[in-house]
Design a protein around this ligand. Sequence first.
Ligand code: PLP
Length: 403
Amino acid sequence: TSVFKDIELGPPIEVFLRSKDFQDDSHESKVNLTIGAYRTAEGKPWVLPVVRKVESTLAQDESQNHEYLPVLGLESFSQAATTMILGEDSVAIKEGRAIGVQTLSGTGALRVAAEFLARNLHFNTFYYSKPTWENHRLIFLNGGFKNNFEYRYWNPDSRGIDLNGMIEDLRNAPVNAVIILHTCAHNPTGCDPTHAQWDKIADVIEEKHLFPIFDTAYQGFASGDLDYDAYAVRLFASRNIEFICTQSFAKNFGLYNERVGNLVLITNNTSKIPEIKSQLTLIIRGMYSNPPKHGAKIVSVVLNDNNLYTQWKDHIHTMSGRIKEMRTGLYDRLMKLETPGTWQHIINQIGMFSYTGLSENQVQYLIKNYHIYLLRSGRINMCGLNEQNLDYVAKAINDAVTK
Ligand code: PLP
């Protein structure tokens, strides 16, 4: 007998399953459009040159060691990261109303935020967009939340945002419900609210006393401009709305598995900052004790050096620019093939992903007949495309749609 005898198999994680299927496939034309990671024009992962440079400097630096960081992480990192999202001239920072805490990438920041809100503030209800990144629900339930709801977001007919539906759902949410928002490059739809739409979202959140969490996994990746991509967060800060913002440095620094993240909390009650920090410390201490240094140190060095910062911004430009080129590349080919349906959304969407609108059957068809791997929802990672496979993918989509 065994204490583990009754354990049950949980559902597979689609994105990892599909990536594994891709790896196991021996077809020579196979294409991986699943997992959210940047690929170069040659289809390779990219270690940013500025990251390589800082890594080699740090490796030679005898003053570096592998001692523990404090529970709340590397302060030079979390301060620079907080300034990056809130802006150099942030009033919240000047007034001492912003707290930054290093976390285990974006996921870790969300998990700590969820536990803090559930445990210390007794929040129990959260809302996420329909659809959203598939991990939001699990993170918040594991963090202690009890009730989860979706707010309308994607309108399949217009292939854009259902703003009226979203506002109506937020209006009907109970007081203190936590609303998870994507700061930019919404995953999976690639559709972000316009500035005017963000105003309306802020109005209802303020009026109904909801608590926003900005999940920021793609700052700089969406438009290529760090400030533009931070618009929503800065708008809420300028309206003195209290919120939490989670930052991931996985995509924009290419530091995926180094787990570099930051949790930013904006409060209107500075006298309670010691208590807030103390409770965050206890949560992290009991969860993983303290975060890893390597990746955070790299980001800290880059963000605190004007010259390196400029080089990094250039890399962000390269990445977001290549994604935009792939959008036009795919769109132009589908137009040329006269593929039935509207495809304008491919160039209108922003960030790493495109929500193609392909049906589940069409997705299966692409996997089975063309060895092109994408998610059931029709989401594709634009970075998986390159000049070598664009014709093949466009032709395959055309075939899947017209068959
Ligand atoms: N939030 C969104 C919307 C994401 O797409 C991702 C990564 O895919 C994350 C958060 C967190 O990623 P990580 O934990 O690797 O920083």
